[in-house]
Each structure stands twice: as structure tokens, then as C-alpha cells.
Design a protein around this ligand. Structure first.
Ligand SMILES: Nc1nc2c(ncn2[C@@H]2O[C@H](COP(=O)(O)OP(=O)(O)OP(=O)(O)O)[C@@H](O)[C@H]2O)c(=O)[nH]1
Ligand SMILES: [Zn+2]
Length: 206
């Protein structure tokens, strides 16, 4: 990656080359045995192939180009001059430390600078970054950066709340802990009233 590479792509490394499905399945067999079960028993015979296939779905974000998701901007928004907020965008990700799910919701607002983007594209953007090995902080930052670069809006606000299964199922074993991360850019960073209005709209309905 050189200095000209857009920041959102710097945040999106891909493996130079992937192992084959057969190699991935062999690795899953090893993990089944490591868990203490017999990969040759009938109920588990097809599991390595299923897991390898599921991996392509869990980690499909590596196939996505966030810049391409936001490249269609609608210029005709009828003079709309307030922020656009998508609340409660559900996502499933995997923590890069344990490869265990963290599951939650993203709330995204941006103040358009002329053009607006199709609403579904913001939800797709969340998945493009969530369906990778992630940290919640980085996921939050990447979404905000991609919107800032892709739409050049007057401001961006991203709030993510999630439960990390590596904290609930193992390790500390604390269920129901919600981790909240935020990224504010432009007016949401400089204007406390705009930030407060965003937070009120996100929080006020719980
Ligand atoms: N900051 C941050 N930490 C995370 C995230 N997902 C998982 N973690 C934490 O990453 C840390 C990894 O800590 P280590 O001490 O290297 O690993 P560990 O021995 O498995 O840690 P424990 O989970 O405390 O048992 C743990 O504290 C996890 O809770 C995330 O998205 N952001
Ligand atoms: Zn973890």
C-alpha cells in the first residue's frame, strides 16, 4: 500500500493468497480433534465442508470494496438540510483476538453536503467492514472514515453497541456487557449541540 491508497483500503487488508477449500477443511478436522471429538464420526463428516463454507460468509467483507458501495450519490434531495440517521443497523462480526462473534447494532448519521446516498448502502457498508476479523474500535472508525471519504459530508457520527462473546462465553464470562464506541467527524465533532441531538435520537428510544 502506498501513500496514495485511500485510508479505507489501508484498513482493509486481504490475504495475498487463500488456501484451498480442502486445506481449510483439513484445518477444521484438526480443530474438531483438538476440541476432543472424532472428526470421522458420522455426524461430523460434513462439518469441515460446512465450516469452510460458513467462513466465506462470515468473512465475506474481504470481497467488498467500501468505496464502490458509496459511489452512487443522489444530488436531488429537495433541499433537505438536516442530518440523515440510520438507527439500529444490526451486524455480526468476529473479534480478531479469539475469532468469536461480537454482535450488535450500529447507528450512523451524516449531514449531507449536497448529495445523499441510498439508505441501504450505509447498511451494506457496515457489513463490508463487520464481516472481517475486527476490533469494535476499528470497525467504528472505518465506517466513519469511509463515509467521510466517500460522501465528503459536513459531518459523520457513528455509534456502535455490541456484546462480545469472547467476554461472555469464555475468559471473564460476563454476559450482558454492552461495549459502546463512537466516532464523530465534522459538525458532530465541533458542535456539541449536533452531537447531543444525534445521541438523543439514538439513546432516547431505548
Ligand atoms: N479493545 C478491544 N478489545 C477486544 C475486542 N474484542 C476482544 N477484545 C479483548 O481483547 C483482549 C485480548 O486479551 P489477551 O490478554 O491477549 O487475551 P486473553 O488471555 O484471551 O484475554 P481474556 O479475554 O481476558 O481471557 C481481551 O481483553 C478481549 O476482551 C475489541 O473489539 N476491542
Ligand atoms: Zn475476543
Amino acid at each position: 500500500m502506498d501513500a496514495k491508497t485511500p485510508p479505507q483500503l489501508k484498513y482493509a487488508p486481504r490475504a495475498a493468497e487463500r488456501p484451498s477449500a480442502a486445506e481449510a477443511e483439513a484445518a477444521v478436522r484438526t480443530l474438531i480433534a483438538y476440541a476432543g471429538d472424532d472428526p470421522d464420526r458420522e455426524g461430523l463428516l460434513e462439518t469441515p465442508a460446512r465450516v469452510a463454507k460458513a467462513y466465506r460468509e462470515f468473512y465475506s467483507g474481504y470481497e467488498e470494496d467500501p468505496a464502490a458501495i458509496l459511489d452512487r450519490v443522489f444530488d436531488e434531495a429537495g433541499g433537505y438540510d438536516d442530518f440523515v440517521l440510520l438507527r439500529d443497523i444490526p451486524f455480526h462480526s468476529h473479534c480478531e483476538h479469539h475469532m468469536v462473534p461480537f454482535i450488535g447494532k450500529a447507528h450512523i448519521a451524516y449531514l449531507p453536503n449536497g448529495g445523499v446516498v441510498g439508505l441501504s448502502k450505509l447498511a451494506r457498508l457496515v457489513d463490508a467492514y463487520a464481516r472481517r476479523l475486527q476490533m469494535q474500535e476499528r470497525l467504528t472508525q472505518q465506517i466513519a472514515d469511509a463515509i467521510e471519504i466517500g460522501l465528503a459530508p459536513h459531518g459523520v457520527a457513528v455509534l456502535i453497541e455490541a456484546e462480545h462473546h469472547c467476554v461472555s462465553m469464555r475468559g471473564a464470562r460476563k454476559s450482558g456487557v454492552s461495549t459502546v464506541t463512537t466516532s464523530f467527524k465534522g459538525v458532530f465533532k465541533t458542535d456539541p449541540a449536533e452531537r447531543a441531538r444525534f445521541l438523543q435520537l439514538v439513546e432516547g428510544r431505548r
